[in-house]
Write a protein that binds this ligand. Structure first.
Ligand SMILES: [Zn+2]
Length: 61
């Protein structure tokens, strides 16, 4: 069960950090493992480094 209100805040900070610093120390709200962003050019994906934990894909603008 995903708390999207919390998740949006986490992702907002994550993308903000990535845009500014190219990386982020924002951690997965579920297991505490650092999140990572994968850029596919036309879309990108944020995911937890723990298998089968959080994963979310986004379309680029
Ligand atoms: Zn996780």
């Amino acid at each position: 069960m995903i708390d999207w209100e919390m998740m949006r805040k986490v992702l907002d900070k994550f993308f903000d950090d990535c845009a500014k610093y190219g990386k982020s120390d924002v951690k997965c709200p579920y297991c505490g493992t650092p999140l990572e962003c994968r850029d596919f050019g036309v879309s990108y994906e944020v995911r937890c480094q723990t298998p089968n934990c959080f994963r979310q894909g986004f379309r680029g603008i």
